[in-house]
Design a protein around this ligand. Sequence first.
Ligand code: HPA
Length: 235
Amino acid sequence: MSIPTPHINAKAGDFAETVLMPGDPKRSQMIAEKFLEDAVLVNDVRGVQGYTGTYKGKRVSVMASGMGQPAIGIYSYELFAFYDVKNIIRIGSCGSIDEELHLKDIVIAQAACTNGFYASQYNLPGTYAPIASYELLEKAVNEARAKGYKFKVGNILSSDTFYDDAESAMDWCKMGVLGIEMESAALYCNAARLGKNALCICTVSDSFNHPDEIMTAEERQNSLTQMIELALEIA
Ligand code: HPA
């Protein structure tokens, strides 16, 4: 396949080596406007906004993934395979199932389990374990420590259901899974298959253990800012 791709209408070289990937297109626009200098819109197909600019002199891009593994599967594949992108850092939110985690805390996803079948396409005689890039993971941990952020590193679940009839979220807790989101396993699979690097950093937006906790709009914004700055520093 050549560029533009079915879902990205950008030219060769429009994207930086590293792309930050929030789920929400509006968040992509906000990051470009508030955190990047000289940001230029490079994709707007289906309103999935992608921008390239600079952060502290480094060229960096930000593009939304949409929600769910099929969506991030498409966008990350096209960026890795056809736009020469080397690193994708997903910045998302998760529901925490680990007792020690509270709203606003940061989860750095060392690996991602899934209840979906994204990896079945590889025809492997077993179960594939999608993992983060060690290099990006180490950088993120060092940076989070240096900034004094409250964070945990470990396994997460990329679920194909947000409204789950079996209400099985807490079942994953017994295996030490920290939280639930909906994208990382597919992103990690694409990175592995294409020889690229991926990492997911999430802020806890809701807690299965502490359902009474709520965030003020200001707290939500501050925790988002922490995560965005963490991702931009390692980009
Ligand atoms: N489930 C799945 N994805 C999520 C959640 C959740 O509870 N919270 C934030 N993203």
